[in-house]
Each structure stands twice: as C-alpha cells, then as structure tokens.
Design a protein around this ligand. Structure first.
Ligand code: HEM
Length: 502
C-alpha cells in the first residue's frame, strides 16, 4: 500500500494574475464566517483548533500504520514521548514480539521497527530508499565535511585510503601499543578496588575510559598526549548546555587530532616504522606521493603502490579519526562491561580462556601478543562472538526513509519516517541459536552458530583478554537487568573488585 503523504508538486496560483483578485473575493464569500462563529470566545477557537489537530494527527497515524502491528490509536500528539525519554529494554522486547513490522509515532515522527532478520537486511541494504538517521546536531559536532557525510567520489577516496589500515598486517602493528594500555589499566583497576577497600564498585565509567585510551593509542600511538587521553582540553569551561559543551569539546578534540597528524607526518618523514593507524595511513600517502613524483619525472618503471591514494590534510585526518572515536566508544564500552561481568560469573569459561591464551604464548604470559597467536585462539574468538551475540551492544540502527519504501508486498514505509532494523531479535532467535539466553561459546565451535550468517547482525549487515588480573563480580538484583544507554549496559553499572594475580 503506497501512501504519498507529502505532495510537493502542488501548483500555487500566480499572484500577478488579475483573475486572482476575483478568485479571492469569491473564496471569501464561500468561506465567510457563519454568524454563530463570530460570537465565539477565544477559548472555543483554541479548543476547536486543538481537537482538529488531535483528529488530524490520529487519522495520519492510522493511515501510516496500515496493516502493521502497533497501538490502534496514538497517545494524542506526543505519542509515547515520556517513555522514549527513559527507554526500557522490556518495552523493546514487547515491541519486537508484536510483529515482524511494528510502529510507534512520537510527536510528528512515525517510526517503523523490524524484528525479522530478512527485513532488517532489506533496510541495511537499501541505500536508494534509506540513509542513516542522525540527530541534526551530529553534523555540527562531527563536522559537515567529515568523510561519513560525503557522497560519491569524495567518499570513495576516503574509503580507499582507510580500508588498508585494517588488514591483518596493519592490525598486527597496533598490538604493542594496545598491550601497553591494557597493562596500565589493569593497574588502575586494582588501584580503584584497593582505594575502595576491596568493596565492589561500578566499573562502567572506567571501562569507558580504557576504551577511549585504547582507541586513541591505536589511532595515534604516542603522538597523543597522556592528558588528552581522558581529560579533553576546554571541558573545564562552564557548560551552558550539554550540546554547547559537546561542540567545544569536539572542536578541541579535532584540533588535538590534527596536531597529532602533523606530528605523525614529521615522524614518518624520518623513515620510522608504522605503529598506529595514522602511521599506516601516512605511510600509504608517502608511497603514493613517491610514485606520482617518479611518474612525473618520466620514470616508466615506477611500480604503482597497491593502495594509490591522495594526500589528506592534517585536518582531514584528524576529523576522520574523530568519526572513528565517535563510532567506536559506546559499542566497545558496552562489550567490555558484559565481558568482565560474564567472565566473573563463569569461572569455567575464564579458566579455558586463560589456558588457551597462555598456551598461545608458549607458557610465558609476558610474551608480547602477535597476530599468529590470534589465529590459534579458537575458544577466545568463540567467547567474543558469543558475548556480542548474547549482549549485542547495538540493538538497532535508526535509518530515515528518504522516499516511500516498499519493504514488503503489503506495506510501504512512508517517506520521511524512521525505519529501524533491529539486531537483538535476530541474535536471540531460538531457531538460529537454540536456548538463546544461555551464554554458550561452544555453539561457535561444536554447534552451527557460525552458519547463521543471516542472523549475525552485530555489526549491521556486514561490514583480549586478561592474564594479569583477577576480578570478582558482586551480583546485585540489577546485574542482569539491561539498561539502554544508547547501547546496552548492566543496570547496576557492573559491580566489580579487581585484584592482582599472584
Ligand atoms: C563491539 C564493537 C562494535 C560494534 C558492535 C559496532 C557496531 C556497529 C553498527 C551496528 C554499525 C551500523 C552499521 C550500519 O548502519 O549498517 C556501526 C557503524 C560504524 N562503526 Fe562500529 N561497531 C563496533 C566498533 C567499532 C570500532 C572500534 C570502530 C572504529 C575503529 C567503529 C567504526 C564504525 C564506523 C565508522 C561506522 C559507520 C560506518 C559507515 O557509515 O559506513 N565501530 N558499527
């Protein structure tokens, strides 16, 4: 059922035509106020207007809803706005259970949710009908020219430059810097527990911090100053609003990142080996420039680099890495919380992990980690996959229908609506993952979880672990309750105590 709610092709009368005047007077006669209306007090007009608005809004909702699941009537005007301010995980479960396609309407925004994996894939793979739905302020905060907002050739140029930064070979050069961060933070975790006299405390904030530090060191290695890792410059100034502070913080981060890009270019010019993402990127730019110079000098034997890219400015590099930071923090922090909580509750799993990791290091826990070791960590990889399935950090990804979107033969998502493919129901589908609420890494080794590619929506439609420390989880009544804080977290903030391993 295609519904065209916004007709942009309405032809307005030409006001310069004389016929317009006579038309207007005829119109005035036709819509002349009935006498009883002219005697109405103001409040009656106001009430009539509000009632008219409520009826209009309700009729629009019913038309847009069509045959899909959702409340028969909308809460007048606002819809479930109050609930949307404090989203409850249980409400999402109920919404997904209501049908493969369901809807809500909050104020003027009509929202269609999918719970079926096939429909979710259809949304993820329909760029002609949908685009990622960002809050309007996102472009101001991240930067209007950031690569994620570019289209066509300009976007492709960035992608070509970025993809080789995530090959196995490139990733292996980031491992030493990551191991340093992990070691530092285990010391911090133990110190936090000691300072709290061994009593459990919420680690949610510290897990955010370790992810921020891991990201920044992976992006910028030692170019980033230790202060910038957690204390963003300018954040001390009085915030008028959160957005005001956010914008200033983003500007300061972008400036620091551009400075790091400059420092990196200077360092790589001395022939240094790449140890972080930005080193790899700059190294590809240097090789591309050398090739272009040789060709310009008439060298017919010049070997074209496998990744021929343009030169990116310090600001472009900084802004791009800022989009990575923005995109990576929530999901990684969510996964970290659940990882430590689940492992503390499942000593059997933790023991197998430790054995496997120690064996990969040849029994020497101080041996630096390298990529061939990762290949041998079958159980570790199964634990990570099971964690991301059991508690997927991202439960859905909001998109905007840029035109009427025939998502099924019976239903067309109206243009301008939000359409939200859900990841959680696919990852807890008992047909794909039997006993889905049980944390069972072995389903990835001896079971057929790996074959359920259609349901694996953890990262949308495609696109380590401690040997040093010990920690205890102090379960509370809220540990297994899920808090939706953009991504998923334990409601009690993850109550842990860290100790050094003897
Ligand atoms: C457990 C960790 C992570 C999870 C579960 C996760 C999940 C997701 C999901 C569901 C999307 C939306 C995909 C779509 O619209 O089809 C996404 C997008 C994105 N993520 Fe992640 N992510 C994770 C970590 C990271 C990290 C570490 C980075 C950066 C280094 C990153 C960078 C991005 C970027 C740049 C996008 C936008 C991609 C685009 O527009 O093409 N993510 N992620």
């Amino acid at each position: 059922m295609a519904l065209n709610f916004i007709n942009t092709s309405v032809a307005w009368p030409d006001l310069s035509q004389p016929s317009f005047l006579s038309t207007t007077s005829k119109l005035q006669e036709a819509i002349a106020f009935p006498e009883f209306l002219s005697s109405w007090p103001i409040w009656k007009y106001a009430v009539t207007f509000i009632l008219g608005l409520v009826v209009y809004d309700q009729v629009l909702y019913i038309l847009k809803k069509g045959s899909i699941a959702g409340p028969a009537f909308k809460i007048p005007i606002t819809g479930p706005f109050i609930q949307a301010l404090h989203p409850k995980f249980e409400s999402y479960i109920a919404q997904w259970a209501s049908g493969p396609l369901s809807c809500v309407s909050v104020f003027h925004k009509f929202v269609v949710l999918t719970s079926d994996p096939d429909l979710a894939h259809k949304v993820f793979r329909s760029p002609t009908y949908t685009e990622p739905c960002l809050v309007p302020i996102a472009k101001d905060v991240i930067g209007h020219k950031a690569w994620v907002f570019l289209q066509g050739k300009a976007h492709a140029e960035y992608r070509r430059g970025l993809m080789p930064l995530f090959t196995n070979q490139a990733i292996s050069s980031y491992l030493p810097v990551q191991e340093r961060v992990l070691a530092d933070y285990f010391d911090k975790f133990v110190a936090a527990s000691e300072a709290n006299k061994g009593r459990p405390t919420a680690f949610m904030a510290l897990f955010r911090e370790i992810n921020c530090a891991l990201s920044l060191r992976t992006f910028f290695g030692d170019y980033i100053s230790p202060d910038a890792l957690v204390n963003v410059p300018l954040s001390m100034y009085i915030p008028f609003t959160k957005t005001w502070l956010g914008k200033r913080t983003a500007d300061a981060v972008n400036a620091e990142f551009a400075r790091c890009a400059g420092a990196c270019k200077a360092n790589m010019a001395t022939g240094a080996e790449p140890t972080c993402i930005v080193d790899q990127w700059v190294s590809h730019m240097r090789k591309s420039n050398e090739y272009r110079e040789k060709v310009a000098a008439g060298d017919v034997d010049a070997v074209k680099p496998s990744n021929l890219i343009r030169e990116f400015t310090n600001e472009e590099i900084g802004q791009t890495l800022f989009t990575f930071l923005f995109a990576s923090q929530d999901a990684s922090s969510s996964a970290t919380n659940w990882l430590f909580q689940v492992l503390a509750q499942r000593p059997d799993v933790l023991e197998r992990l430790r054995e496997e990791n120690l064996a990969a290091r040849g029994g020497d826990k101080t041996k630096p980690f390298d990529l061939p070791m990762l290949d041998s960590l079958t159980y570790t990889k199964a634990v990570i996959k099971e964690l991301l399935r059991h508690r997927p950090p991202v439960i859905f990804v909001p998109y905007l229908a840029t035109k009427s979107f025939p998502i099924t033969p019976d239903y067309t998502v109206p243009k301008g609506s939000m359409v939200i493919p859900s990841c959680y129901p696919a990852l807890h589908d008992p047909k794909a993952y039997p006993n889905p609420d049980h944390f069972d890494p072995d389903r990835w080794i001896t079971g057929d979880a790996e074959a359920q590619t259609k349901n694996w929506l953890v990262f949308g439609s495609e696109r380590m672990i401690a040997l040093r420390g010990d920690w205890e989880h102090h379960a509370t009544d809220d540990s297994e309750r899920i808090r939706v804080f953009a991504t998923l977290f334990p409601m009690d903030g993850c109550q842990l105590v860290f100790k050094r391993r003897s």
